[in-house]
Design a protein around this ligand. Structure first.
Ligand code: CU
Length: 235
């Protein structure tokens, strides 16, 4: 009894369930699809436009503001670089001139000054002790011959002006033969080297003045003194 009673409802339930599923399946699917479609439409109409507007305005804001900031920061960086470059050069030259002089065990102050094809000294200031023996070496670091880009180092008395001395050479008998330093202008000079061309080196040895002060030096090749000048400081 119990088996037949249980079996009968089970069959009926299964059959009914199968019939119900077969009959209602289409309508359920239709309603489900339409509901989903309407939901998608709702979500599309409600949510989609809002984020688009927000992202558009945000991206517009970003595009408007972002390019302006990097442009300013780049130009600032460029300005800092161009400003920094001369500053570091200016900082480097006094430090380099401080290391230019080396004093050996013999007490002689040795100074090396370079001259370039760009009409420049590599050293524009150096210091020695009063009365010290000085060995000054001029190295022409360029390649141009002495006729085109000759260099020398002429150290004047502290009272003299390198500009006035350079101008006094113009129209005189300065020539390549006398190293652009006529005999009549050598009296009273502290020291002077030979006139050398590219790749050549010349050395002069002298005793620094006993009088502390600033002693101007210059290159006497025609037209070089406005660019090629400096100061020997005697302490
Ligand atoms: Cu010169």
């Amino acid at each position: 009894m119990t088996n037949s009673l249980r079996a009968t409802p089970a069959w009926l339930v299964l059959l009914l369930a199968a019939l119900l599923l077969a009959a209602c399946g289409a309508s359920d699917d239709d309603t489900g699809a339409s509901e989903q479609a309407s939901e998608q439409a709702m979500t599309a109409s409600e949510s989609a436009p809002e984020p688009e507007v927000e992202t558009d305005t945000e991206s517009d804001m970003m595009q408007e503001s972002e390019p302006a900031e990097p442009m300013e920061s780049e130009s600032d960086a460029m300005a800092q670089e161009t400003e920094a470059a001369p500053a570091t050069e200016a900082d480097a030259s006094p430090a380099a001139s401080g290391e230019v002089v080396t004093v050996g065990d013999d007490g002689v102050a040795r100074v090396t000054i370079g001259g370039t094809d760009q009409m420049q000294y590599t050293v524009n200031e150096f210091s020695v002790e009063a009365g010290q023996e000085v060995e000054l070496t001029l190295v022409h670091e360029g390649r141009l011959p002495v006729e085109q880009m000759g260099h020398n180092v002429v150290i004047l008395p502290a009272s003299e002006d390198y500009m006035a001395f350079g101008q006094s050479l113009i129209g005189g008998d300065a020539s390549l033969e006398n190293g652009y330093l006529p005999e009549g202008m050598r009296d009273g000079l502290i020291a002077y080297t030979d006139m050398v061309g590219g790749g050549e080196t010349t050395t002069v040895r002298f005793t620094a003045p006993d009088e502390p002060g600033e002693y101007p030096f210059l290159c006497t090749f025609p037209g070089h003194y406005p660019m090629m000048n400096g100061v020997m400081i005697v302490r």
